[in-house]
Design a protein around this ligand. Structure first.
Ligand SMILES: Cc1cc2nc3c(=O)[nH]c(=O)nc-3n(C[C@H](O)[C@H](O)[C@H](O)COP(=O)(O)OP(=O)(O)OC[C@H]3O[C@@H](n4cnc5c(N)ncnc54)[C@H](O)[C@@H]3O)c2cc1C
Length: 491
């Protein structure tokens, strides 16, 4: 039986980030990463499988919901924005220390815009701008209802648009596009330079159970050789993306009772005309349709993938019972258990708008998708676009006393009470906030070591603003952002 201190299941951005943090805090600990695919980071973290938006709440309207009195709730936006600054601070530290390559290989500056039409949406965008602007995190935000100004920011969205249509947009110059696949692969390459790190690809975790000594015995299938192996681990992180829920269920910890998952597939329209691609330099997020899950906000996005500029529009939701893009059609049916059957049924019953939205999306033709794109890009030529399949998201469904079950948007860390195992469920804002999420895993599972002077000093070495609230401290916020922008070459 192979023994390890930290077992990381899955080779996506989450496990890669956790591995980097563990190597910072416990350089002598042994880490074993098991990945079922022949290569790491080919599921949700891979570039075309997600939108690559460095989510900092600059442009995503769903991060600033309207309160019942009409005012805008900025709490989530401030939390996400601060978390993204933390990601940039850690990435910059690793670039400076030679642990990450040339930042242009994984992050680029791309201005973030919200773009809306009709009076109600324009009024909301203005209130959002006024609510966010006083925070130092959103200091650079600009707002305009002037068609000429918006045309200079977003020519593709304005050319050919009806002259009578009222529009409004905000712009955040320091927005980013991130290739999370390239980033995860670069991190794993760095981890491999340490003798205490082992990566095994084509190794699928099939089962896990806790033994009397509080370790975890993990059953692994070597897919290349067809052999079954066992690993004994002190700590297990289930970072299997959509595949986390079934593994969490197999671990059998009471903290996971009542959780279910609902898969939502994704598709993009990808532009194949270089001239069109070159005429847009922005991420332009709109307003979601009624019933659309928050991550289905339409956006027209500049991407940088493998050093090449690209353009995508979407996402369009799809239905598949797979929990992973390269998963099995039995994933959803096999995940239904006694403890999550009621929450699943309850969500099906209460979320009528979502069901209707998904049915409409799944039955959409290519022409109807082009029609949706035309609302953003009036002069679209259909032959310039092709369909690209994105990653699968597994939305969290959890038990709720009142309704029986609710859909939870966002990410959630589920940890065993004794801190020996943790799993990550959910999708958005996901990869952008991976550093904060993985630090939370360590804090939750290793509270004593976390509070030690060694780890706290290390955290302050990496992040000079550790423990400070950026949104209340304009000077520090400006300094921190300038420092990471310089190192990450965000200009
Ligand atoms: C359509 C879409 C758009 C998105 N847009 C954004 C965005 O713009 N910005 C953003 O920040 N986030 C975005 N996200 C979310 C982001 O992609 C995820 O949060 C992130 O990639 C999750 O990383 P992960 O490491 O948890 O999972 P993954 O990258 O999916 O990695 C999980 C790994 O585990 C492996 N695995 C699974 N089961 C097993 C097993 N049993 N044994 C061994 N290995 C296993 C898989 O093969 C895979 O390599 C988007 C997601 C989707 C689907």
């Amino acid at each position: 039986m192979e023994k390890t201190d930290f077992l990381l299941i899955g080779g996506g951005i989450m496990s890669a980030t956790l591995g980097m943090l563990v190597q910072e805090f416990w350089p002598d600990a042994h880490i074993l990463m098991l990945e079922k695919m022949p290569e790491v980071a080919r599921e949700s973290s891979d570039a075309w499988n997600n939108a690559g938006t460095g989510h900092a709440a600059y442009c995503e309207l769903n991060y600033t919901p309207a309160k019942p009195d009409g005012t805008v709730d900025t709490a989530k936006a401030i939390h996400i924005s601060t978390s993204f600054e933390l990601s940039k601070t850690f990435w910059a530290f690793w670039v400076e220390n030679g642990k990450l390559p040339d930042p242009k290989r994984f992050i680029r500056r791309v201005p973030h815009h919200s773009f809306v039409w009709n009076n109600q949406n324009i009024a909301f965008l203005k209130r959002r701008y006024e609510a966010l602007k006083p925070s130092p995190l959103f200091r650079e935000m600009q707002y305009s209802e002037d068609r000429r100004q918006v045309s200079t920011w977003l020519p593709l969205l304005m050319n050919g648009r009806q002259k009578t249509q009222l529009v409004a947009a905000t712009r955040m110059e320091p927005g980013t596009d991130v290739d999370f696949g390239a980033l995860a692969r670069a991190m794993i390459q760095t981890l491999q330079q340490n003798q205490e790190f082992t990566l095994r690809t084509e190794h699928e975790v099939r089962d896990l159970e806790q033994t009397a000594d509080n370790r975890w015995q993990v059953k692994v299938k070597d897919l290349a050789k067809g052999e079954t192996r066992f690993v004994s681990a002190k700590f297990v992180f289930i970072g299997a993306g959509g595949g986390s829920l079934p593994l969490l269920d197999k671990a059998g910890i009471p903290e996971a009772d009542g959780y279910a998952g609902f898969p939502v597939g994704g598709q993009w329209l990808r532009c194949n005309n270089q001239d069109v691609i070159d005429r847009h330099f922005a991420k332009a997020y709109g307003q979601a349709e009624v019933g659309a899950p928050p991550m289905s906000v339409p956006h027209l996005d500049t991407r940088f993938i493998g050093g090449k500029k690209a353009l995508l529009f979407g996402p369009f939701a799809g239905f598949s019972t797979k929990f992973l893009k390269y998963g099995s059609y039995f994933d959803l049916p096999l995940s239904v258990e006694l403890d999550n059957f009621i929450p699943l049924l309850a969500v099906g019953w209460h979320e009528f708008d979502l069901t209707k939205y998904l049915v409409e999306q799944v039955t959409q033709s290519f022409e109807e998708r082009i029609q949706a794109l035309r609302a953003y890009f009036p002069e679209v030529v259909p032959s310039d676009w092709q369909v690209e399949v994105a990653g699968q998201r597994v939305q969290i469904i959890k038990h709720d006393l009142k309704k029986g079950g609710i859909l939870a948007f966002g990410t959630e860390v589920i940890a065993a009470r004794d801190g020996s195992l943790a799993a990550l469920l959910g999708a958005s804002p996901g990869a952008s906030t991976s550093v904060k999420i993985m630090l939370d895993v360590l804090q939750k599972c290793f509270p004593v070591q976390w509070a030690s002077a060694t780890i706290q000093t290390k955290l302050r070495t990496i992040s000079s603003w550790w423990g400070m609230a950026l949104h209340q401290d304009p000077k520090t916020c400006n300094r921190v952002r300038a420092a990471s922008s310089l190192i990450l070459q965000l200009g």
